[in-house]
Write a protein that binds this ligand. Sequence first.
Ligand SMILES: Nc1ncnc2c1ncn2[C@@H]1O[C@H](COP(=O)(O)OP(=O)(O)O)[C@@H](O)[C@H]1O
Ligand SMILES: CC(=O)OP(=O)(O)O
Ligand SMILES: [Mg+2]
Length: 368
Amino acid sequence: MNRGYACINAGSSSIKYAVYVERGADLIATAHGQVEGDGGPAQLGVVIDQVESHLAPARLAAIGHRVVHGGNAHAGPALVTPALLAELRALAPLAPLHQPHNVAGMEAMAHLHPGLPQVACFDTAFHLGNPRVARLYGLPRALADEGMLRYGFHGLSYTHIAEALPAIEPRARGRVVVAHLGSGASMCAMVDGRSVATSMGFSALDGLPMATRCGVLDPGLVLHLLRTKGMTPDALERLLYRDSGLLGLSGVSGDMRTLLASDAPAAREAVDVFVYRIARELGSLAAAAGGLDVLVFTGGIGEHAAEIRARVCEQAAWLGVRLDADANAAGGPRLHAADSAVAVWALPADEEAVIARETKQVADAYPS
Ligand SMILES: Nc1ncnc2c1ncn2[C@@H]1O[C@H](COP(=O)(O)OP(=O)(O)O)[C@@H](O)[C@H]1O
Ligand SMILES: CC(=O)OP(=O)(O)O
Ligand SMILES: [Mg+2]
């Protein structure tokens, strides 16, 4: 019987899942799905039922999970063990919207399928090789030695783009900036298919404003909030992770579709801030990469919001970016005009494809 792999991707606004089945040396996706919600037990139960219903007639050989934070220890996927689970739980405060759900998925599956190998596939792994200057904050060295460094996230999505791009883009191994714009949003500069810098940092709060997360913030402002509003760490966490970003700015929604359909001035302004920050980050990442050959949009907003792509590209004209308006309106995948110095693409995010491959790789080495 063919071996099947269940892939679980618990993000901040939904759980995505996929089922992959071996056909010869290939892994074929037999199901892809998404359950909206914050990744709590109710959504997890629905995902587990759907995964199980799409497996037959394959035999479940292993379960792979996206894990947002792997700290400094994991440059690649790892078999889930009690020690690893403890390590991942300890990292939960650094990714409160994700890590508890990532761990909950492992615990639920261990209960349903005791003894079946489970594999943790880390968002942070893709960025671990960033140059040290890109990882260090201007803090005392002892804190960096304790792990207070820039990590970066969305690594499974960036890995997928790095792997998919060479088939369609001749300059894929050059200076590439990828904008992963979903509920969580970040950007990554790659050279020769490897991450050299990224907008997220120690936690998944940094960089772009997101659906409900603030993005880059002056740490002086955090101190000011602690002092003048008497905020507790929990209240501050709620403010920065759940009540800020597009939702906080607009007062309407953190969902880009809703904001683009709204006439409310605050909704328009929230979109303006989002576009402005992407354009600024693009300049910064192009500097880190030493220039810009290719720009890729991915994630729910990057794939589907033509208006956002058009506005970012307009602000990036100084880098030589010229969009083909018709191609952009049609969703690409190729978006650049013939006279553009920079190739521009809109490509689907597929974190599950990377989870499937990494899970098979680890499970193949596991005695069955
Ligand atoms: N057609 C669309 N136009 C504009 N935004 C869209 C469209 N489709 C999806 N989005 C936006 O994509 C975001 C969700 O992205 P996604 O990558 O699915 O999120 P997650 O981080 O949960 O994986 C939401 O803000 C949603 O509004
Ligand atoms: C890291 C992160 O923000 O992930 P997501 O986009 O799934 O929320
Ligand atoms: Mg996502």
